[in-house]
Design a protein around this ligand. Structure first.
Ligand SMILES: [Zn+2]
Length: 150
């Protein structure tokens, strides 16, 4: 996949210290187009719609909000905690701003945990961008699929 001019600009904004202190690319040597293409291949291979993942992320966040910052059980598999902080973060692709809301989902069967922000959810939904390897907010597609029981 070729880098579009939009991706080139977004990748510049993903550097540490531009939007967030740690940035979005971690220590991944790949460019944004390569990261997106490789993660899309995973979902194509397992015939899982990325939209289904996003719908599940939103469903768990909405359910978790009822806990008002405390962890609550969401049947049948999860414990969910939602933390909200003041302020917003812009998307590096410059198409919106997102609240600093973190959702922490624990799969009670495996004990494994996912943490995602509203911006993370947007990046996956709108851009199929899961962030670079080593980024604090990257989880592998397989982790989403297993922990969210897709
Ligand atoms: Zn965006």
């Amino acid at each position: 996949m070729k880098m579009t001019p939009e991706m080139v600009r977004a990748q510049e904004r993903m550097a540490p210290g531009v939007i967030t202190a740690q940035g979005f690319l971690g220590n991944d040597p790949r460019n944004v187009a390569e990261i997106i293409a490789e993660d899309e291949r995973y979902f194509a291979l397992y015939e899982i719609q990325i939209d289904r993942l996003v719908a599940k992320m939103r469903e768990l966040q909405d359910a978790g909000r009822a806990g008002l910052g405390e962890a609550i059980t969401v049947a049948p598999y999860w414990e969910v905690r939602v933390n909200e902080a003041r302020g917003v973060l812009p998307c590096p692709f410059s198409d919106g701003v997102y609240g600093k809301i973190n959702t922490i989902v624990t799969d009670k069967q495996s004990g494994r945990e996912l943490v995602f922000s509203d911006l993370t959810t947007h990046l996956i939904e709108a851009h199929h961008f899961f962030q670079g390897q080593g980024s604090p907010f990257r989880h592998e597609p397989e982790d989403y699929v297993l922990i969210l029981h897709l």
